[in-house]
Design a protein around this ligand. Sequence first.
Ligand SMILES: [Zn+2]
Length: 75
Amino acid sequence: MKKALNARCGGCGNIFLIAVLPMPLEKAAQLMKRAGCPSCGETKRIFAAASTPIDESGQSAGFEPVDNSVDNGEN
Ligand SMILES: [Zn+2]
């Protein structure tokens, strides 16, 4: 199954597609380096986010953003 390699913008938190895996790691790294946020234009603070499976229709099956914040589950 193909997977979407996502990136998270350090500027606005937007998550966007960088590459579709499998792809040679060095090429994916190059894409990551060159990537700019399509939402705010940030190019420096682009971080790797979760990769997500792509279903048969070729669309990403949904983002699973990496969230470092701790959710205590308290209301
Ligand atoms: Zn952004």
